[in-house]
Design a protein. Structure first.
Length: 213
């Protein structure tokens, strides 16, 4: 009974354009929740954890890695990296035996949180004051030198957390991350460790680890 849904059905019935159907559905407020819809009023909004494939694709895309989770069969030769080992136990999309409805884990658990924190920590070792890795030539690398701290922390908000400059949350987030870095260094942490800690905080933000925000 959602008029937007009925319009999408009518468009597909008229032109039978599959690609057009997919684009229209994904861009619709039914999916984006950009505006209130009958579907939202009836079903509410689902905020799900970022499951294995989505999480790994997001890390690769935002940080410039090439299959950091080693999900590609071609990259599964030899010993698995720490991240790949952790990811293997993360929730993923799939189907149960004999089931027609996909299994889509939505809720975070202590195991999910613990695994994600370890993944973020491992990522921080590869992107903060790290040497260029020949196997990951396009990976983003930040430095903890005083001249770059402000720009790097701003990057954490924009690149990792996905916040735009026009978002009202962006500046408060940057201020909070800067405060964490400043507090850590004031308490004796090295600039590298303080920056890595700040990265992990950004990495664990809901806008990075959630789907449907």
């Amino acid at each position: 009974n959602d008029k937007l849904f009925q319009a999408i059905v009518a468009d597909f019935t008229t032109n039978m354009d599959w690609n057009g159907l997919v684009k229209e559905l994904l861009a619709s407020p039914i999916t984006t929740n950009a505006t209130q819809t009958t579907t939202y009023a009836t079903n509410g909004e689902v905020i799900a954890v970022s499951r294995r494939d989505h999480l790994c694709a997001k890390v690769n895309s935002r940080l410039g890695f090439d299959d950091i989770c080693q999900l590609d069969a071609a990259n599964q030769t030899g010993a698995k990296s720490t991240i790949a080992q952790i990811v293997s136990g993360m929730p993923s999309d799939g189907y149960g035996r004999g089931g027609v409805i996909p299994v889509l884990p939505n809720q975070p658990t202590l195991f999910y949180r613990g695994g994600l924190e370890n993944i973020c920590e491992q990522l921080s070792l590869q992107v903060i004051d790290a040497k260029v890795n020949a196997k990951q030539p396009n990976a983003k690398i930040w430095t903890s030198t005083a001249a770059n701290v402000a720009g790097d922390i701003s990057d954490f908000a924009h690149i990792i957390m996905g916040l735009t400059s026009s978002d009202d949350r962006t500046q408060p987030v940057i201020d909070a991350l800067t405060g964490e870095f400043t507090t850590a260094t004031a308490n004796g942490a090295t600039a590298t460790d303080a920056m890595r800690s700040t990265f992990v905080t950004a990495c664990l933000a809901p806008t990075f680890i959630g789907i449907g925000m």
